[in-house]
Every structure is written in structure tokens, then in C-alpha cells.
Design a binder for this molecule. Sequence first.
Ligand SMILES: [Zn+2]
Length: 504
Amino acid sequence: MNEFLLTRLRYYVDGRILEGSIHVRDSSIVALYPVDAALPADVQRLDCSGKLAIPGLVNAHTHSHNILARGTLGASSLEVLIGNIDAANKDRTPEEAYAAAALNAIECVRGGSTALVDMFTTYPLSREHIDAVAEAYVDVGVRALIAPHFTDLSSQAHLPGFVESLPPDLRARIERDLAATEVDLRIPAEASQKWNHACEGRITFGLAPTVPHQCSDQLLEDTGRLAAELGIPIHTHLAESRTETVSSQTRFSGAFVARLIDFGILGEGDSAAHAIWLGRRDLGRLAEAGSVLVHCPSSNLRLGAGVARVNEWERAGVAWTLGSDGAVSSDNLNMLETIKCAGLSSRIWSHDTSTWLKAEQLLERAFAGSTRTLGSSHDLSGIRPGAQADFTLFDTRSTYLAPGLDLVAQLVYSETGASVSDVIVAGKFVLEEGRITTIDEESAIEQVKLAGQAMIARNAEAWALAEQLRPYYNAVNTRTAQMPWRPADDAEPDWSESDLILPF
Ligand SMILES: [Zn+2]
């Protein structure tokens, strides 16, 4: 039996920081003891003096495949990133997919997360690649929802005016990519049977129609039906850039959020990343449908996609949480950086400081808010008896947590991940005194370096083509900036325009 007491530490419960001991047995917390309480005898005691435990952060939007192409994006928009997908991912081996997912998990852990959502590409869908990604998360020991992504329509074919703008030679080179493809949903269906709630519930499974306007009506309908049959969540992207939103309106003839809800894509427990370009009526629809929005502010700023109006999400009553996004567009998977960025970027909308996201609210969203997106059947409600023993320990003797007058504010705005000392998932140490305990971290990093170099060499031609297409993607973005982004049925006046700090 796995049983221990973390003693003499501080821990976060419902907005308060208490002092005492946490009793863990197997995968759960069995009791919390105040500082002067008698502790059970014959249970191993781990002295945690100077440490602070918080419920494990959940990184609710990552792309493990991105990690091999980290650093290659330069100053690029979402449309360029999507245009690079062929170059960055094709012909990847299952071993490379494993290496990418293992490092994805390690980096999340080092940034304070105990759990993550991975929307990954297997290009095309492949049982071996899905197994490799799941096995990486089993081996590292994190909690993960794995959701292999798929589309059946070309991204380029649906960008307004993109194909028409290309010179004949470039157009001929992408001709093959403009056609629709087949998606065999039996592959994720079988993988779901194998992996959903596997490993004592640590691994869960979801479906990921990655960008809805790149999916046919039939595929969306089949995906919604399959998810309902299997009882698993859907994870997708939504209204990330203005161009994507305009493209969605064209593809769905207007009210695309309503259409997606009708397809069963954005229902109860389903989650959608970004949601920047949405009006109030669409937010109301999402609140009513019970979907969860995932705020990824550092990626959004990195891609120049915009800043989500999270205060409006709150006003509409939409559930929301936080994610870093993949390592290409967010550069790292550090949830502490994501949380800080969310706090800072909430301040651009109004001079009224009461509307800015608060430190405690941000922290709560990063754990309690995220657990819905994991599709887990476990109690992940925080540090309390009966809940899973998933928590992150910080060394409060670090420079970032001094003087410690308001530890919550300092965790959100000062901490960088440097003070994360231990991460416990389902009662097991994944990180202990700064060391990954489950797999050889040095070797995992080396594998990713080798896989990244192999990917660049293998796909040199695709990288060269992507570079040639870059100015045409940029021209699309300039064009869509002049086009209306709100569906006709959501053409309400802009929110609080007179109160904007920045003149846009
Ligand atoms: Zn994403």
C-alpha cells in the first residue's frame, strides 16, 4: 500500500492557506490535520517544512506534436502555423510521437501541472501513434486527456481568396492538398475503448475535430454521435483568429457556433480553445450548452490572434479554464506563465479595475475549472479528504515567493516555475525535490533533439514550400481584417467601447 504523511507544510484550500499535514493513502487524500493535531502512528512522514501545496494545475490545451518544431515559428500568424503542419509533422514515427509526448508531460510537470489535455496530430490517424502518445503519459505518470485530432477538409481551400491569389506554379504544388480526405473514426473509437479511464483512470480519451470549419458536416455529425455513444468529451479550437472566424462564417453560412452545438460538438463537458472572436449571443449559446472555453493568452499574443474578452465570458456565465497551447505557439508549457499572462491581458479592456481577473480567481480556474475538461470520473476537487492526491509543492524559500505576504498573488504574478519542488499525481511523486522520478529526463530531452533534427531534414521540401506560401497567408489576414467577423445574428454594438484603454 502507498501511504505517507506530508507534514509541517502549508496548503491551499478554498482560497485560504492552512498549515498542517496531508495524509495520502493509495491515490487519494484521506485526511488533513491541523498543525497541532496528533498524527497517525506507523505512517511514513515526509517533512515538508517551508513548502506550500496547491491542487495540481491542469494545462487544458497542449499539442504534444508541436514540441519537435519548437522555435521554428518566427513572427507568424495562426494561418502560417497551420500552413506548416505538413512540414512539421508528416512521416513522424511512433517513437518520435512518444518522445514528443514524454517531454510535453515533463515540461508541464516542471511548470506545476499534474494534468494536461493533449490534442495531437498523428498525420494521418494511426493506432500506433495514438498508443505511443498514451504510453508516454502512462510512463511519465501525469494525468492526461488524449485527443487525436482530425479534419477532412483542406485548411487552404477555405481561406478567403488564398488559392486564387497564388501564382500558377505554387497553386499546382498545393493542388493535391486542396481535396477532401477520408477520416476513419473507427481508429479513435477503438483507441477510446483501449485508453479511456485506463491506468486507474489517469488516462482519459476525447475526440478532436481540430478546427471545425475544416470538417465536413458529415464528419461533425458523426463525431458528435460517436462522442455521445462512447460517453467521451470533444476538444476543439474555436474562433482563434479573425481569419479563422471569417472562414467559419463562410463555411457554415453564418451562425457557426449554433451549428456546432447542433452537431453535438460544443455540448456539456466539451471544450474549445481560444474563443477570441465571439459576440455576446454566441457566448450565451455556449453557456447554455455547457461547453468549457480554454483561455490561452500567451499563444494568442504570440500569434497576434487577439485577446479573449474573458470578462465577457464571466458575464455570460460560460465555464472557462486555462491552457498554454502547444510549444510552437506558446514556446513553453508553463502554466504559471499562462496564468500570469491571463491576469495581465485582462487589464487591457477597461479602466475599471474591478473587472480585471483576480489572482485567486485565476488560480482556481487553473485547477478546479480545468478538471471538467479531463472527462475524469475521479474526484479532482482539490486538497480535501476523498479527492485524488494530485498536488504541486512549491519551495517558499525561493526568491519568487519572498517575502510571502500574499502567497496567492506571488504564485500568480511572481513565480516562474523555478520554485516547483515536487509534483504528486494520484498519490505518486512524479517530481521529487526537483527531479523527475519516473523516466530518464536527460534521455527524453536527447530523443526530442534527435527527432526534431530528423523532422527538419526529412521534410526539407515541405518547409521550403511553407516559406514560399508565407506572404500569401499574410495577405489573407490583411484581407479578412477588412471583413465582418460577427455573424449577422450577433451584430450587437461593441462592448464597453468607450471604456477601452487601447483604441481598438
Ligand atoms: Zn491549439
